[in-house]
Design a protein around this ligand. Structure first.
Ligand code: F3S
Length: 289
């Protein structure tokens, strides 16, 4: 029986980089140095967050929390891959924290574009989900008005001010096709727009690859948190191709009885599933079946 792990299972480049940054900081921290924090959970994975907590890394959920930490306890704050508003950076520094920026470079690029184009007087349109932390962070780099458009209906209803010049960017995880459709609607309305596609293809690559693997596999295992929407999406894609698709959070959830006829087991994992969990499952299936 063959076991194949999808090449792009688990963390994308930006998340891996952010998680590595935290572990690197833990290793290089001197004995008497003040603690390390992350601004928000570094990833949505309970195992990783509790492991970091055991190693003394705490989560600051807001600036108000950062303000409450006594001065002598204000150590390093690591910014996660989603990024934060410019005002958050500035305030953390003012409060005396050392800020380590682990914003994904693809997200940072959007911040730079937004800063530059808004400084040139353009209003910013972010095609993305209202309230998503990445979108909120991006709008915080604009010097001018920002608009968020999350659907084709919103694009149809959208009305900027008279003569307003617009610059359009997208949330990195937004659906590329939908982004194109929104842009097309705005262009058709004849607005004065500049546009740059800032969708990151990491999610799409992971999904396409998982679907292809599931189409060949007799059994497909999808690893990821119960609340991870991208894991659920992966599960749905794989299930369409392979009826025997199982969603597990960790190895403990795996209770497989594989019939003799099974020739190929495929494994993939959501964007917030750490490598060690993927490895554990992979090794278990290789050894036990
Ligand atoms: Fe990941 Fe960065 Fe893309 S965080 S999804 S590689 S924008």
């Amino acid at each position: 029986m063959e076991v194949i792990l999808a090449e792009h299972a688990g963390f994308c480049f930006g998340v891996q980089r952010a998680v590595d940054t935290v572990y690197e900081k833990i290793r290089s921290r001197g004995k008497d140095e003040p603690p390390i924090y992350t601004f928000g959970s570094i990833i949505h994975n309970e195992e990783v967050v509790s492991d970091l907590q055991r190693r003394g890394v705490n989560v600051l959920s807001s600036l108000a929390e950062a303000e409450q930490i006594p001065k002598e306890g204000r150590g390093t704050v690591i910014i996660r891959s989603h990024g934060v508003e410019r005002s958050v950076f500035e305030r953390l520094k003012e409060l005396g924290y050392q800020v380590t920026d682990a914003t994904c470079p693809f997200v940072k690029r959007i911040h730079d574009i937004v800063e530059r184009e808004s400084a040139a007087g353009k209003s910013i349109v972010i095609v993305g989900d209202q309230g998503h932390p990445e979108v909120e962070a991006t709008r915080g780099w604009s010097h001018t008005k920002t608009y968020i458009i999350g659907s084709l209906e919103e694009a149809e209803k959208f009305m900027p001010g008279e003569g307003e010049e617009l610059y359009i960017v997208s949330q990195t995880t937004f659906n590329y096709k939908k982004f194109q459709d929104v842009v097309e609607i705005l262009l058709k309305k004849g607005y004065n727009v500049g546009v740059v596609n800032t969708v990151c293809n990491a999610t799409e690559v992971r999904q396409t690859e998982a679907g292809e693997l599931a189409a060949r596999a007799d059994v497909m295992i999808v690893i990821g948190g119960n609340h991870s929407s991208n894991t659920r999406k992966l599960y749905e894609i794989c299930r369409q191709e392979c009826e025997a698709t199982y969603h597990i959070r960790t190895l403990d959830d795996l209770h497989l009885q594989l019939p003799e006829t099974v020739r190929l087991v495929g494994i993939t994992a959501g964007a917030s599933t750490p490598n060690n969990i993927i490895e554990e499952v992979q090794n278990y299936v290789r050894i036990n079946f």
